[in-house]
Design a protein around this ligand. Sequence first.
Ligand SMILES: Nc1ncnc2c1ncn2[C@@H]1O[C@H](COP(=O)(O)OP(=O)(O)OP(=O)(O)O)[C@@H](O)[C@H]1O
Ligand code: SF4
Ligand SMILES: [Mg+2]
Length: 325
Amino acid sequence: MSAVLSIRDLAVRFSTPDGVVPAVNEFSLELAPGECVGIVGESGAGKSQSFLAVMGLLAGNASVSGSARLGETELLGNDREALNAVRGSKLAMIFQDPMTSLTPHLRVVDQIGESLVRHRGLSKAQARQRALELLRLVQVTDAERRLDQYPHELSGGMRQRVMIAIALACDPTVLIADEPTTALDVTIQAQILALLAQLKRERGMSMVLVTHDLGVVAGIADRVVVMYGGRIVEHGAVKDILLAPQHPYTRALLASMPRIDEVGNAPLQAIGGQPPNPRRLPNGCAFHPRCALAADRCANERPALNVAAGRAVACHFPIRVDAHD
Ligand SMILES: Nc1ncnc2c1ncn2[C@@H]1O[C@H](COP(=O)(O)OP(=O)(O)OP(=O)(O)O)[C@@H](O)[C@H]1O
Ligand code: SF4
Ligand SMILES: [Mg+2]
């Protein structure tokens, strides 16, 4: 089946007074209809900038190259008007902190209704009715009353539900969720993730879920992309990545993370050292200063992303074990 979103060789660079920051390099991803891909990696790995680039929302000091096609529409380098037509209608994004994305002085009904009036030509009364339906869909309690409230009158979980309602307003083909639950407490996190999983299932929407947490992707993603130092280092089906990670970084990441899908698991092991500074990436494999398996070659030669049998790994010495060992 053809991809709904096709990203090829995406690169994002930032010009700064201290030089160029290569934040994202050679990033490629095909998202199939109805599929959810999880993007994981430590802070600074390039997760958010990859998708802000796709949305046309990079900072002013960024330059971008490569291609990102939503169906037939090329998104990169397209003019603002063409992007606005796609954003909020076919492609929507929700962020970690709903307070910074919601407009403080606009009532919930107007925030949800805005794109319906703009993109779908609904009247104000029709937009209000649709906003009410959407609030119910995202399981906001007391939805009728919430319509006329302002963001500061809502709890964090409620605000995130409103953000999801805004994102769903025009029935997007692709929803990009960037750490949508990080700012919320654990119970609300689980509820929001369950809601996203349900929406994906029922509406056949494709989804990109950016998160620090491999445990979070376990329950909802079909595939996982692992990023390190601005590059994809491993990519594959969720069960392959979780049960048999081939990249030493993925393995370390798994060992360091609490898993919401498991109880009584082994003690967590922090990954030694710090994530790399993209301004000064180590030569060779960027993970080599922290890698238990590093050899001389790793410090000199950057491993290419090798694709085989539906998965990809960028390592000179990938770990190959039977998934059921
Ligand atoms: N405007 C900018 N100018 C210079 N560097 C930037 C700019 N915006 C982002 N960066 C750098 O780009 C790199 C990638 O950032 P990105 O936001 O994609 O990280 P991330 O993987 O989403 O991390 P986190 O998990 O903390 O959100 C970081 O090193 C960041 O400092
Ligand atoms: S290429 Fe070398 S340093 Fe990099 S992850 Fe593989 S073994 Fe470790
Ligand atoms: Mg981020």
